[in-house]
Structure formats: structure tokens, C-alpha cells
Design a protein around this ligand. Structure first.
Ligand code: SF4
Length: 290
């Protein structure tokens, strides 16, 4: 007897490229409804702060980074100031983010490169950003999309995991994931798709136990059944503003506002799933719907 997860995956094995594209765009529309305020969760006031915060976010949470950056930027408000800092002074401030010695070296070196090659300003092109030490495509796209309005896909750990679960890609290679997903959604949507997918990964589609029974895109997900199917138990897995007992909308780290019904994967207008993995509602079962 097939498990729910196996049944779900089988439904999408014969999916055409057109069907996958339509399904991806439909998932994006549902995520847009579910997370209307999705945004970069690293606090920042300008490109310099977001660039440094993104480097600091490696191997830690945005919340932890946000806990140290006010102190960091009050002492070192721009590239000029940070480029002249001693590693030891920076280490003391950023210690809670982990790997603080390496990160201190990285951000001071990054600031020095900005001063040496870009007059202390953060460049607005991918080609220039990736020449900076410690800055790869992911970090560059975060800055481009959120400060310079240049669409970009941010392939972090959440995005990569969900792209595989959605069968948008079949690889762990971030460059190939970026290419595969870029082919599915319009360029203008790349930045917001990134935020919404990452928010979904943080709130519902967790790495270990995704909350499938409370997921608004369950009818379109080939990995439905990977996690908790019981709705009541699944709801207990929701995080931040979706979490049971969350005091009020907008009080989480993300400041997001999500109405309860929007998070209700079993009752939204987008389709529903029964606990045995069969799809109900308006979502077609082969991913070919518009
Ligand atoms: S929570 Fe489950 S159904 Fe929802 S996207 Fe993740 S794996 Fe798919």
C-alpha cells in the first residue's frame, strides 16, 4: 500500500513542463494571499546594512542577526567606518551570530573592498556585487531585489528545500535551482516569490516535520504527506504569527499579518486535501490548471 507521500508524488510524475509552470504560478498566487506582507526579515536601512546583515546571517537566524546589527551599525554606520575597525572590536559585537571570528574578517574585508573599489558605496549590479569578498549570488540577489528593485531569486536553505519538494527542480545545486525556478515564473516576480517561499519554509513547510495538514498549497504539492497530516497536530507546528496562541497579528519577527483563514489549507478557496492525500476543491490534480 502506497503512503500518502508516495501517492502525492506519483500524481505529478507525468506532469508536462507547461503543467509545472502553471502549477508554480498558482502556488505563488496562493503564497501571495497567505503572506501578504512577506519581506526580507533582516532589519536594514540601506544597501550597506543589508549586505552586511546578509553575510552575518550565514548559519544563524535572522532574529539573531537583528539582535546585533543595531549595535554594529551604531558604531560602524558605513563602509568607511567598518573598513577601519579592528577584528576584535567587531567580534565582540557580532559574537551571538556564531562563527564570529570568520564573520568579523568577512565584513571588515567586505567594507575595505567597498572603499577600495566602489568609493564606499554598494554597487547595484550582480556582476559587481559578486566581486566582493564573501558575496555570492544569493547575497547579491538579496541586496538587488530589496534595495535596488532588480528582480532576483534568493536560493537559501528554505527556498532550496521547498523547490525540491514542489518538484520545481531535482538538484541541490543552488545555481541550477535558480535557473530551474527562473524558467517557471516571470522575472518581475522573482524577489517576492523568494520572500514568500522562504516565509512558507519558516512557518509551515519546515525541514523536519512540515505541517502538511495545515498547508494552503497542499493540493498542489507533490510532497504532501511528507509531514504531519492531522490538522490539529499540524496547526501546533505553525510558527511565528501563524502559531497557535500568537498574541496578535504583526507581533512576530517578520511583522507579518496573516488572517487565520488564509493559513487554513483545508478550507481556503484554493483547494483542499483529504487526509488520505486525495485532492478536493478547485485545484486540478494534474497541475495542468491555469
Ligand atoms: S507543508 Fe507539506 S503540503 Fe505544504 S508545501 Fe510543505 S510538503 Fe507540501
Amino acid at each position: 500500500m502506497l503512503s500518502v507521500a508516495e501517492k502525492s508524488r506519483r500524481r505529478f510524475l507525468e506532469e508536462t513542463p507547461l503543467g509545472r509552470t502553471r502549477r508554480a504560478r498558482k502556488i505563488h498566487r496562493i503564497l501571495a494571499d497567505t503572506y501578504p506582507d512577506a519581506h526580507a526579515e533582516l532589519d536594514h536601512r540601506d544597501a550597506f546594512e543589508l549586505l552586511v546583515a546578509t553575510v552575518l546571517s550565514a548559519q544563524t537566524t535572522d532574529i539573531r542577526v537583528n539582535s546585533v546589527t543595531p549595535a554594529l551599525f551604531s558604531v560602524y554606520p558605513d563602509a568607511d567606518a567598518l573598513s577601519a575597525a579592528t577584528h576584535e572590536d567587531v567580534e565582540e559585537i557580532i559574537r551571538p551570530t556564531g562563527f564570529y571570528r570568520a564573520k568579523a574578517r568577512s565584513i571588515v574585508g567586505l567594507a575595505q573592498a567597498l572603499v577600495d573599489h566602489f568609493d564606499g558605496e554598494v554597487p547595484a549590479s550582480l556582476e559587481q556585487l559578486v566581486t566582493l569578498p564573501g558575496v555570492g549570488r544569493k547575497t547579491a540577489n538579496v541586496v538587488l531585489g530589496n534595495v535596488f528593485d532588480v528582480p532576483g531569486l534568493t536560493i537559501d536553505t528554505h527556498f532550496a528545500r521547498l523547490a525540491r519538494r514542489f518538484l520545481w527542480t531535482d538538484t541541490d545545486n543552488v545555481d541550477r535551482i535558480e535557473k530551474d525556478v527562473a524558467a517557471l515564473v516571470p522575472r518581475k516576480d522573482w524577489t517576492m516569490l523568494s520572500h514568500r517561499v522562504i516565509w512558507h519554509g519558516r512557518r509551515i513547510c519546515h525541514a523536519r516535520t512540515p505541517a502538511c495538514g495545515a498547508c494552503p498549497i497542499s493540493a498542489l504539492c507533490p510532497s504532501f504527506g511528507t509531514g504531519e497530516l492531522d490538522e490539529r497536530k499540524a496547526r501546533k507546528l505553525l510558527r511565528f504569527e501563524l502559531a497557535e496562541g500568537a498574541e496578535s497579528a504583526g507581533k512576530s519577527d517578520g511583522g507579518s499579518r496573516v488572517e487565520p483563514t488564509k493559513a487554513d489549507g483545508l478550507t481556503t478557496e484554493h483547494g483542499s486535501r483529504s487526509a488520505d492525500g486525495s485532492a478536493n476543491g478547485d485545484a486540478r490534480t494534474n497541475g495542468e490548471d491555469a
